[in-house]
Design a protein around this ligand. Structure first.
Ligand code: PLP
Length: 386
């Protein structure tokens, strides 16, 4: 029998598949590959969190929780944000536990956008931003950030892209793929721009604990920003909990209620046992998080310096676990470089172009890989470019 002939969603058809996947699949099919390709911690989830989930399963935590998530977890998230950053959200109605930042992002955009609304997406950026804007009926407007300016969210560059249809600016700090962490001054200027043009700031802070040069600054801490900022946070990276699918979104009312409404019908709740594990991680795994951050920091310095010495210009990034070196001196495109390095030297990296047009001429390397492997990767890269 023939399938229905009526057309599929026009929007979904226009969004290309993720460029990361292609390299991931190729690397997986080969033996002896050093993978610097995936954005995933190489540490196991802290044992206390795993144990809490095992205990929870043994005691029947296999049900739905409240749609908003366990109140205790929301309280822990909100008091942590207040303690560390002095940003205050009410656990009752301004904080929602989601199935990862991914769900939070989707809810935010669907709750905010009407067809044709524009969202400024400074790039290079996380691969899901522009597709999620499009899925929600909006139009992503890329703005190229300047590598020579450490991929700063330069308010002048962003301001120049604002039109009468602009609804929001979507960005991550610290950033995937560049590792850049935005300064308090730039976030303040961005908040002023948002006030001037009546915009929302959609701030993906999933790497907030992974900062190496000073502490993280949340966008909602800037003067005038709180009322127009959505803070997206999660457990995947800081607590090595990618597979648990748990995160949170904090936003002022009435936007928070609209997100809650979508979540209530589409997801119901984040996984119960994962919420219990996340709560335990927050309460008992801070030392382990500090150890992971110290380890990432050692790798970051070694790897950025090593690449720089090979002539692949690589400023030390301030956060996350990525470096984004320039490969322009090789004369290759980022796709040629990544493909050649994988097939000839078995090192997987991601071509910068998949993170937006201005990522071309760079590759993303994740240093969520043990130091000896990073050292070996540097030797292989040296051989490849020589
Ligand atoms: N935001 C950024 C910037 C990311 O790098 C990732 C994952 O790589 C996500 C969000 C997805 O996070 P989660 O696992 O919480 O859905």
């Amino acid at each position: 029998m023939a399938p229905p002939a009526k057309p599929f969603s026009e929007v979904v058809k226009t969004v290309p598949p993720s460029g990361i996947r292609k390299f991931f699949d190729l690397a997986q099919s080969m033996q002896g590959v050093i993978s610097l390709g995936v954005g995933e911690p190489d540490f196991p989830t802290p044992w206390s969190a795993r144990e809490a989930a095992i205990h929870a399963l043994e005691h029947g935590a296999t049900t739905y929780t409240s749609n908003s998530g366990l109140l205790e977890l929301r309280e822990e998230v909100c008091s942590d944000l207040a303690d560390r950053y002095r940003v205050r959200y009410r656990p009752e109605d301004e904080c929602l536990i989601t199935s990862g930042v991914s769900e939070g992002l989707d809810l935010t955009l669907r709750a905010l956008l009407n067809p044709g609304d524009e969202v400024i997406v400074p790039e290079p950026c996380y691969v899901a931003y522009a597709p999620c804007v499009a899925f929600a009926g909006g139009t992503p407007v890329p703005v190229a950030l300047d590598p020579a300016d450490a991929y700063r969210l330069d308010p002048a560059l962003i301001g120049a892209a604002v039109t009468g249809r602009t609804k929001a600016i979507l960005f991550g700090s610290p950033s995937n793929p560049t590792g850049s962490a935005q300064s308090a001054d730039d976030l303040r200027a961005l908040a002023a721009l948002a006030v001037e043009h009546d915009l929302w700031l959609l701030s993906d802070e999933i790497y907030d604990r992974l900062t190496y040069q000073g502490t993280h600054t949340p966008a909602s801490a800037a003067d005038g920003a709180w009322e127009r900022t959505v803070l997206l946070g999660g457990f995947s990276k800081s607590y090595a909990m990618t597979g648990w699918r748990v995160g949170y979104v904090c936003a002022p009312e009435p936007l928070a209620a609209l997100m809650h409404r979508i979540h209530q019908y589409t997801m119901l709740c984040a996984p119960h046992m994962s919420q219990i594990a996340a709560l335990e991680a927050m309460r008992t795994a801070q030392d382990e998080v500090e150890d992971m951050v110290a380890d990432y920091d050692r790798r970051r310095r070694l790897f950025a310096k090593g690449l720089d010495e090979l002539g692949l210009t690589c400023p030390e990034p301030g956060g996350a676990f990525y470096v984004f070196p320039s490969i322009r001196t090789t004369g290759m495109s980022s796709e040629e470089f990544a493909e050649g390095l994988l097939t000839q030297e078995k090192v997987a990296v991601v071509p910068g172009g998949v993170f937006g047009p201005s990522g071309e001429g760079h590759v993303r390397c994740s240093y969520a890989t043990a130091l000896p492997q990073l050292e070996q990767a540097l030797e292989r890269i040296a051989r490849f470019i020589s």
